[in-house]
Design a protein around this ligand. Structure first.
Ligand code: GLN
Length: 500
C-alpha cells in the first residue's frame, strides 16, 4: 500500500492487524511528512518527542500481536487540538497564559483514544482559547491553509484541519463552540463533525463557553469520522452534561444505511430541507451555486427529496452567540489569575499579580470577550442582553424543532466565503465574527452538524476547497454521517492532496 496517497485510516489499521504493515512503519511515514511539511504550514504547537511516540508504538504493536481487539483505528497517528488536556504533554490553548502548562491528567477523549490504540503525535494550533475563525489569534504563530499558504485555514481548529488536509496525520480532534470544527474543515477540504451537545464528554476540554463547547473528529473520509466518533462518544460520569443516551456503532450504521440507499431503499430518513435564510446575498454566489448543484446531483443518485424550509430567527444568531459565548468565557477564564496555572507576572501585591498576569497573558481577542462578557452579565444589563439572548435561543430551538417535523436534514453552506487571506480580517473583529453566521445557529440549538468537502472553486489562480454543512436531529449522528458519505461519493474529492 502506498501511504503517500490519502487512504482510509480504517483500511491502514486493517493492514496493521493483518501484519501487512507495522505500527512503526505507519508512524515513521507520518512523522517524516510532519518533518517535511509542517514548517510550511505551522499546524503543530507541540510535536511529541520521538521517544514518547515510539513508546506508544511499542505498546500498541505488542497488544495487536497478542490479538487484542482494540478499535478499527488501532495504530493510527492522531493530532489533538491544544485545548484538550493531555497528561504530561504541554497544553497551551495557544495562549501565553498557559505557555508552560503540563496537565496532570487526561481528558476523557484522550483516555478513550489511548484505550483504542491510537498514537498521539502532537498538539495543534488554534485561536487563543478557541476564540476566532482563522487561527490568527494564536499567541504563537498563525497556521496557513495548505491549499494556498497566503490564506487562513479557518478557525479555531485550524491546526487540526491543516494537519489532516496536508496528510501529516489521517485523524485529528477539534473543538466546536460556534463552528470551529466545521469552518476550518470546509476551508481545508476535510470532514469535520460537531456532535450533539452531550454526545462526547467535555471533561478535560479547556472551557470556553461551556453550554456550547463540543469535541469532535476531523478526518479525510466520513467512515474514519464515524469510527473516531465511536471511540470518543458516550456517557462519562465526569461530565454532568454528558448524555447517558446509548450510542450506536456509527461506522456499522453508515455502512448499512449507505448500501440500503444505494439500492434505493425508500424507508430511510430522506427529506432534506434547504433553509432560505442561509442563502442570502451575504454568501458568496459561487458557493451557493456549488451547494445547490451538489444537492441536485445527490437527489438524482440517491432517493432524497428536497424542499425549502425557513428558520427566521437564525439571522439573529451572531448577536445571540456573541452575547452568550463571551458571557460564559468571562466567567470560565477567571481561573487564570497567575496563581493556579502557567504564566505569572512579577508583582508587588495580589491585585498587581492579577492585573499584570492577565494583562500580559491574554491576547486582544480574549480580552475583548472578557470585556463583552463581563458587561452583558453586569447588573442593569443582564436582562437587556444575557436574558434576552437566552430567550432568543429558545425561539431558535423551537424553529429547528418545527423544521425537523418536516425534514430529516438541513443542508446549507458552512461559511459565507472562501478561505480569506492572512491578515484580511485581523483588524476588524465584526467582519471576523460574521464568518460564523452559518455555523452558530446549530451550535446555539445543540444540534449535530458536519462539514464534508464537495469540490473546489478557483479563486485568483488557486483551487480552494468548499464544504457542505448537514445539520441533523439530536443524536442522529449516524444519519448525518450517512448523508455526508453520499455527498462524498458524488463529489469524489477526498483523496486530493495539496501540493506543498
Ligand atoms: N469563531 C467562533 C468564535 O470566535 C467560534 C469559535 C469556536 O467554535 N470555538 O467564537
Amino acid at each position: 500500500m502506498l501511504l503517500g496517497e490519502k487512504t482510509k485510516a480504517i483500511e491502514i489499521s486493517q493492514l496493521i492487524k493483518r501484519g501487512e504493515l507495522t505500527v512503526k512503519e505507519v508512524v515513521d511515514f507520518f512523522l517524516k511528512r510532519i518533518k517535511e511539511i509542517d514548517t510550511k504550514v505551522n499546524a503543530f504547537i507541540t510535536i511529541l518527542d520521538e521517544e514518547k511516540i515510539y513508546d506508544q508504538v511499542k505498546i500498541v504493536q505488542e497488544k495487536i500481536n497478542l490479538g487484542e481487539s482494540y478499535s478499527r483505528l488501532a495504530g493510527i497517528p492522531i493530532a489533538i487540538k491544544d485545548n484538550i488536556v493531555t497528561k504530561g504533554i504541554k497544553t497551551t490553548c495557544a495562549s501565553k497564559i498557559l505557555y508552560n502548562f503540563i496537565p496532570p491528567y487526561d481528558a476523557t477523549v484522550i483516555t478513550r483514544i489511548k484505550q483504542a490504540g491510537l498514537i498521539i503525535v502532537g498538539k495543534t494550533n488554534l485561536d487563543e482559547f478557541a476564540m476566532g475563525s482563522s487561527t490568527e489569534n494564536s499567541a504563537f504563530f498563525p497556521t496557513k491553509n495548505p491549499w494556498d499558504i497566503s490564506r487562513v485555514p479557518g478557525g479555531s481548529s485550524g491546526g487540526s484541519a491543516t494537519a489532516v488536509a496536508s496528510w501529516q496525520v489521517p485523524l485529528a480532534l477539534g473543538s466546536d463552540t460556534g463552528g470551529s470544527i466545521r469552518q476550518p474543515a470546509s476551508f481545508c477540504g476535510i470532514v469535520g463533525l460537531c456532535p450533539t451537545y452531550g454526545r462526547v464528554s467535555r471533561f478535560g476540554l479547556v472551557a470556553f463557553a461551556s453550554s456550547l463547547d463540543r469535541i469532535g473528529p476531523m478526518t479525510i473520509f466520513t467512515e474514519d469520522c464515524a469510527e473516531l466518533l465511536n471511540i470518543i462518544a458516550g456517557y462519562d460520569p465526569k461530565d454532568s452534561t454528558c448524555s447517558p443516551a446509548p450510542k450506536e456503532d456509527y461506522l456499522a450504521y453508515v455502512t448499512e444505511m449507505f448500501s440500503k440507499l444505494s439500492y434505493g431503499d425508500k424507508n430511510l430518513p430522506k427529506k432534506i430541507g434547504i433553509p432560505r435564510e442561509f442563502f442570502t446575498d451575504d454568501v458568496d454566489k459561487r458557493i451557493k451555486e456549488l451547494i445547490l448543484k451538489k444537492v441536485n446531483e445527490l437527489s438524482k443518485s440517491f432517493p432524497f427529496d428536497v424542499q425549502e424550509v425557513s428558520l427566521p430567527t437564525a439571522k439573529y444568531s451572531i448577536p445571540i452567540y456573541y452575547i452568550i459565548a463571551p458571557a460564559e468565557a468571562s466567567s470560565n477564564l477567571s481561573r487564570y489569575d497567575g496563581v493556579k496555572y502557567g504564566f505569572s507576572d512579577f508583582h508587588s501585591s495580589i491585585w498587581d499579580l492579577y492585573t499584570k498576569t492577565r494583562g500580559h497573558g491574554f491576547g486582544d481577542e480574549v480580552k475583548r470577550r472578557i470585556f463583552i462578557g463581563t458587561f452583558v452579565l453586569s447588573s442593569g444589563y443582564y436582562d437587556a442582553y444575557y436574558l434576552k439572548a437566552q430567550k432568543a435561543i429558545t425561539l431558535l430551538k423551537r424553529e429547528f424543532d418545527q423544521v425537523f417535523k418536516k425534514v430529516d436534514f438541513i443542508v446549507c453552506p458552512v461559511a459565507p466565503e472562501l478561505p480569506f487571506r492572512l491578515g484580511e480580517k485581523a483588524g476588524d473583529p465584526i467582519k471576523m465574527y460574521l464568518s460564523d453566521i452559518l455555523t452558530v445557529p446549530s451550535s446555539l440549538a445543540g444540534l449535530p452538524a458536519i462539514s464534508v468537502p464537495i469540490g473546489f472553486i478557483s479563486d485568483d489562480g488557486k483551487e480552494l476547497p468548499v464544504g457542505i454543512q448537514i445539520i441533523g436531529k439530536p443524536f442522529c449522528e449516524g444519519d448525518i454521517l450517512t448523508l455526508a458519505k453520499c455527498f462524498e461519493e458524488i463529489s469524489n474529492c477526498a483523496s486530493k492532496t495539496p501540493k506543498l
